[in-house]
Write a protein that binds this ligand. Sequence first.
Ligand code: FAD
Length: 378
Amino acid sequence: MFIKKIMQPKPTEHEIIVAGGGISGAAVAYGLAKKGHKVTMIDAPTETNKASRTNVGLLWCQSKFAHLPDYAKWGFHSCRLFPELTKELEEVSGVEIPVNYTGGLIACLGDDEFNTRQDYIGKLKEELGEYNGSMIDRAELERKLPKVPFGPEVTGAAWCEEDGIVEPLALLRAYLVGFERAGGIIKNTLIHDVQPVGGGYRVITEDGPMDCERLVLAAGLANRRLAQFAIADLPVSADKGQVLLVERMPYVMPIPMLGVTQTFGGTIIIGFRHEFVGHDTRIIPEDIATEGKWAIRVWPELGRQRLIRAWSGLRVMPDDKQAIYSKLPGHPNATIINTHSAVTLAAVHTRYIPDFIINEDLPELARGMTLKRFGYTC
Ligand SMILES: Cc1cc2nc3c(=O)[nH]c(=O)nc-3n(C[C@H](O)[C@H](O)[C@H](O)COP(=O)(O)OP(=O)(O)OC[C@H]3O[C@@H](n4cnc5c(N)ncnc54)[C@H](O)[C@@H]3O)c2cc1C
């Protein structure tokens, strides 16, 4: 009996455990370590859902979301913090982060699409008060991307100066190296369960239990399971995206275009599907062909190139599409973070969420993003 008692790990073994080492976990873990906290980040070594390794890397604000103005402003704020973030991460980690702060475009096919987009941008402008962008006609689009021979149906585009693109794997790598250099510890093991214990939390991993004072759940869709000790039905679901990859071409698209985006390496990523089909990650050729056909209408030359890969990923989508940054009900020392567009939001996550984890208020723009909006007390 006595032996059993002293063998149990103490709740203070780790100050903070961050469960999940995707872009959300890495962004907050780095921010916490930078502030001098003792942080251990646990990331599964397996093929669990890893949206952070399947995304396009757009820093994207112009289509998210006119009906959620605070959330839209939060995204813009993050994009404005990005140059400072990437500079700092490059210095701290030594990892080069390819990134273009060149604005972003959404191509329109035909007049109807142009008008619909124009209405949307008008609404967004109204909600935001200020907006650095506008609809541009085809001639202006051709001036912005003179080396892309657009198809005859392209009538113009929506243009937002504050969008951009980052190499998402380099960003993630820089965070992870920066985190370790700031004193953080990364453990690659699978978390089976989390239990409240003695005022702290016990994280049950493949390699045994680990106890902590504060817990951050940043395990993407797995948060639904790991948060069960406090919330039976986390309002987050899987939003599947399927993408096609076109072979390397000369670099002609320094300004990213939604749905057909050239990577820094020269390949083209095609795709913008949102599907709610549970955790089914199969590639469905008929589905993804739709995107391929659309992309050829925008940029006909793509039809003559080879497709070299297709993949799918599961976005982490809160039920009302807005980010969730919240204490878990009844657990002021357990924070949950779940959001789509976690690449775009990485800069605000690093800047503000660490203080929230340590029990300060969220910044005003994000105060409505707790679980209270779903009726929970937290
Ligand atoms: C096709 C596609 C394109 C996208 N394009 C963009 C884009 O252009 N711009 C943008 O901003 N966003 C984009 N996104 C969304 C973005 O990728 C996600 O918002 C982001 O990856 C979510 O990050 P996360 O860290 O919250 O979750 P995840 O990336 O899912 O990371 C969760 C982490 O937790 C770990 N984990 C899970 N379960 C366990 C466990 N039991 N034990 C230990 N560790 C565990 C996983 O290994 C993983 O590393 C895209 C998503 C998809 C699918």
